[in-house]
Design a binder for this molecule. Structure first.
Ligand code: SF4
Length: 123
């Protein structure tokens, strides 16, 4: 039978670890948000919208970056905007869509693309 004291210590340790987790500030993450991209097709580029860490359901938040504070241009929006991006960007292949023509896609090893994607692969 597990020792109840040990169980309490484990639970307290888990809560402590959660409270120690700190998100990066927008500045530290090199987050940037340009208004001119707000009306762009967000499915076709490097935007928070296409990032695995972006959370839409709670209204523009990120699992890694704080939503308050200024971005690298000094802009304060208090959200992680779908048209923003930072140095921690990780592509979400379920959202990104490939804009190459079918011919262009034939010569490309799409599995290799998933390892390293470049600006010429996704526009
Ligand atoms: S690009 Fe950066 S700020 Fe945007 S969702 Fe991804 S990790 Fe968060």
């Amino acid at each position: 039978m597990p020792d109840i004291g040990q169980k309490i210590k484990e639970a307290a340790g888990a809560v402590d670890n959660l409270t120690k987790f700190k998100k990066f500030s927008k500045l530290k993450a090199s987050y940037i948000e340009y208004d001119k991209f707000a009306d762009s097709s967000l499915r076709e580029g490097y935007f928070c919208y296409n990032c695995t860490y972006w959370i839409n359901t709670t209204g523009g938040k990120c699992m890694l970056v704080q939503d308050d504070g200024p971005d690298v241009m000094g802009k304060v929006s208090n959200v992680i905007a779908p048209h923003g991006c930072c140095s921690g960007y990780e592509p979400n292949y379920d959202k990104l869509h490939d804009t190459r023509t079918p011919d262009q896609g034939l010569s490309v090893d799409s599995e290799k693309n998933k390892e390293k994607i470049t600006a010429t692969d996704v526009t």
